[in-house]
Design a protein around this ligand. Structure first.
Ligand SMILES: [Zn+2]
Length: 340
């Protein structure tokens, strides 16, 4: 068996641990529930026990190259402490790396989960062919990551790429971060649920109201299913998601001029329902996009007619290929890169 690494995706709901070989083949994946209510020490115990089990199982004949861990929230790279994590309540100022290294008696690499997802898509997913890219991850919240020259762009202390908290509505909804009108308030699974509830409360969204009352697990996925079936109210919600993402990506394209922007995370499975609005906003708002869009991407003759034939490099906006596993593969990739 080829040499391998262990990747961990620590989420607010699921804790996933995988052994992945240097060719990117998944050897084994373990999914546990994150037992948040029991506190950080128990969650870290669960994590370390699974890491130990996997590494012992496969170390016979091949080398364990290291352990990479993706965690949600803002991490201080220098101290590897979680500063702030809405998905891990009670973990603020937890010295996560130190705690894990104490349990495993080996060094681990800690990374923000969206940065790990960016790295996963860069390694094995949509962004395999480019060295520079950005990812926008849509889940309970909205995360982001930037890869430049094949490396994660951390910024001064690891906090770069917080796309979810950029402003798209100056006087918009109040966000948990203290700002108003953050992308996260309009393009996350929580935002989809908020919009669905508001539509139901208006009394003019009968299909949504029926689904919500008959399905005890009514979720963003259920809203998406209604949109696919053609329900106008559900479709409007995803159009809002696309609009918010389109404004964000238009800003990113003007700022960064990267060859690729990938939309990932659980909500990205609704790509068909919101992506037309992303391209609509880009065409209206983004000069750099108008000059660099590939003709096939927009389906809009107006934009493609403006593509400069001299510009051979195009701006690609696409969905993630690895789905919710991107962060897991990216986390496993971290120690492989470091060992090169
Ligand atoms: Zn915010």
């Amino acid at each position: 068996m080829a040499d391998f690494a262990i990747g961990v995706d620590l989420g607010g709901t699921n804790l996933r641990i995988a052994a992945v070989d240097i060719e990117g083949r998944l050897i084994e994946k373990v999914t546990l529930g994150t037992r948040i209510a029991l506190g950080s020490a128990r969650v870290l115990d669960d994590m370390c026990e699974a890491i130990r089990r996997l590494s012992e199982k496969y170390q016979d004949g091949s080398n364990l190259l290291g352990i990479g861990i993706g965690v949600p929230g803002i991490i201080d790279m220098e101290t590897a402490m979680i500063r702030e994590s809405p998905n891990l309540p009670g973990w603020s100022d937890t010295p996560v790396r130190k705690e894990i290294e104490r349990r495993l008696r080996t060094r681990v690499i800690l990374e923000n989960d969206a940065n790990s997802a960016a790295f996963g898509e860069k390694w094995l997913g949509s962004a395999r062919s480019v060295d520079d890219m950005a990812i926008i991850t849509l889940g309970t919240g909205v995360g982001g990551g930037i890869v430049l020259n094949g490396h994660i762009w951390h910024g001064m202390n690891g906090m770069a790429g917080e796309f979810g908290h950029t402003t798209i509505e100056p006087d918009g909804l109040l966000c948990g971060c203290g700002n108003r009108g953050c992308v996260e308030q309009y393009a996350s699974a929580s935002a989809i649920m908020r919009m669905a509830k508001a539509a139901i409360a208006s009394g003019h969204a009968p299909a949504l109201a029926k689904a919500a009352s008959s399905d005890p697990e009514f979720s963003a996925k259920a809203v998406y299913n209604l949109a696919v079936q053609g329900d106008a109210d559900a479709r409007r919600i995803f159009q809002q998601v696309g609009r918010a993402l389109g404004i964000l990506i238009a800003n990113l394209v003007n700022l960064l001029n990267l060859p690729m922007y990938v939309v990932g995370g659980g909500v990205s499975s609704a790509w068909d329902a919101f992506s037309p609005n992303i391209f609509g906003e880009l065409r209206q708002r983004c000069m750099v996009y108008a000059a660099t869009a590939p003709p096939s991407q927009t389906g809009d003759q107006g934009a493609s007619a403006r593509v400069d034939p001299q510009v051979s490099r195009n701006t690609i906006i696409t969905r993630a290929l690895l789905g919710s596993d991107a962060g897991l593969y990216g986390a496993a990739r971290l120690p492989m890169i470091e060992n090169q």
